[in-house]
Write a protein that binds this ligand. Structure first.
Ligand code: UGA
Length: 430
């Protein structure tokens, strides 16, 4: 099939790469000239395992290309995926300016039948908006259908998730249109849910909100564990073996960040309010998450009441491992709180430091974890990169001013690390 993808962000780029990799002709368009020019030189704008290799291969085999002028490709395409950004407004509402812009562009260049697919995460009712905008801008009687096809990939495992999705959700106004889109996904062999557009839009928000709620839930259980002398990791394991609950997304720690959960929970809350539904669980999910950094830093301040003049070492800056994404990263909140108490911060992240430097100007970026430890009053684990589990802790102990570790992601075994001479604080493990 001939596919045009509008927007080369996380979702657009991975979608374009994967569809070309399963044999389609794909053109990805973005208004950002620098991004497109880098992509044409096979330089990726984001760090994502496996992406560069897949993009390279498909570009070299002639199935994937990048352009800035999307309008001129509309006529060529059979299916157009809208994968543009949907940032949040201050009140939690989703800003749909870019989606409207994409719809206008499609309308202006529409000359024959197209399937227009909303893959950006968009609130309930956006399918109607896209249809209305295209109808208002089109210059002839050309027909089109608008389909909702949300994406469920995770940063850091985006390629694997896109190739092996748990499910493909298609929201369409008719079975015929849904079948056309299904052809595209057929080779992936994933379970398919075909529904109407609005239900499909809601599936995306309900999924992300439920996962975020699971995280806030286990974090509150962690608070109880700390007071009651229990171990949250064992509780999560015991609860998670129940198939109805599941073990995933029950890792207690610093809470959720990134470009999706905080924004999507706020957006669903905003939508539900507009529809007259008070979604108290979502409000609590955000409130609990908003307190995690404070809760964690309080423990550091309790242990070091004289924060001023000290230096703390932070390991991990990205909002989660295997990405360089700093959006809504917990490191930002934690470092701001520590700096606010008069302390200095040294940090290391395997890939996010170039992005982190732009948003954390006061932090000294180091070449590795050992440089971070040198002379620091304590080591603080913020993002659970695999390499931090494999550190030579004897060496770390020799470098730290005081052998104290605050582990915000529970990556170390408490007994073992204490046995090697560390004072160790983690989350929800007495
Ligand atoms: C999330 C969803 O998992 C994807 O299915 C969805 O497609 C994506 O949002 C999106 O809407 O685009 P992502 O934000 O990449 O993916 O990352 P997750 O792996 O879901 O992690 C989100 C946050 O939750 C991270 O900050 C992570 O550290 C935190 N988390 C995750 C926990 O604190 N505990 C857990 O048990 C799991």
């Amino acid at each position: 099939m001939r596919i045009l993808v509008l927007g080369c962000g996380y979702v657009g780029l991975v979608t374009g790469a994967v569809f070309s990799d399963i044999g389609n002709d794909v053109i990805c368009a973005d208004v950002d000239k620098n991004k497109v020019s880098s992509l044409n030189k096979k330089i990726m704008p984001i760090y994502e395992p496996g992406l560069e290799e897949m993009v390279r291969r498909n570009m070299e085999e002639g199935r994937l290309s990048f352009v800035t002028d999307a309008g001129s490709q509309v006529e060529w395409a059979e299916i157009i995926f809208i994968c543009v950004g949907t940032p949040p407004r201050d009140n939690g509402e989703t800003d749909l300016t870019q989606v409207e812009g994409a719809a206008r562009l499609i309308g202006q260049h529409l000359s024959g039948y197209k399937i227009v697919v909303n893959k950006s995460t968009v609130p309930v009712g956006t399918g109607d908006l896209v249809r209305r905008v295209i109808n208002e801008t089109k210059k002839n009687g050309a027909d089109f259908d608008v389909v909702s096809n949300p994406e469920f990939l995770r940063e850091g495992s985006a390629i694997a998730d896109a190739l092996n999705p748990d499910r493909v959700v298609i929201g369409a106004s008719s079975k015929t249109v849904a079948m056309k889109l299904l052809e595209l996904y057929y080779t992936l062999g994933a379970p398919v849910i075909v529904t109407d557009v609005v239900s499909s839009e809601l599936i995306k928000y309900a999924s992300n909100s439920f996962l975020a709620m699971k995280i806030s839930f286990i974090n509150e259980i962690a608070d109880i564990c700390e007071k009651a002398g229990a171990n949250v990791a064992d509780v999560a394991r015991g609860v998670g073996v129940d198939k109805r609950i599941g073990r995933e997304f029950l890792n207690a720690g610093l809470g959720f960040g990134g470009s999706c959960f905080p924004k999507d929970v706020a957006s669903l809350l905003h939508t539900s309010k507009g529809l007259g539904v008070e979604f108290d669980m979502l409000r609590a999910t955000l409130a609990v998450n908003g307190e995690r950094a404070n809760h964690f830093v309080k423990r550091i301040a309790d242990r070091f009441p004289d924060m001023s003049g000290r230096t703390f070492g932070v390991l991990g800056l990205a909002f989660k491992p295997d990405t360089d994404d700093m959006r809504d990263a917990k490191s930002l909140e934690i470092i701001k709180l520590i700096e606010g108490m008069g302390a200095k911060v040294k940090a290391y992240d395997p890939v996010a430091m170039p992005n982190a430097k732009k948003v954390l100007p006061g932090v000294t970026m180091c070449d590795n974890a050992y440089d971070v430890a040198e002379g620091a009053s304590a080591l603080i684990i913020v993002t659970e990169w695999r390499e931090f589990r494999l550190l030579n802790m004897d060496r770390i102990k020799g470098l730290l001013k005081t052998p104290v570790v605050f582990d915000g992601r529970n990556i170390y075994d408490p007994d073992r690390i204490r046995a090697s001479g560390f004072e160790y604080y983690s989350v929800g493990r007495a």
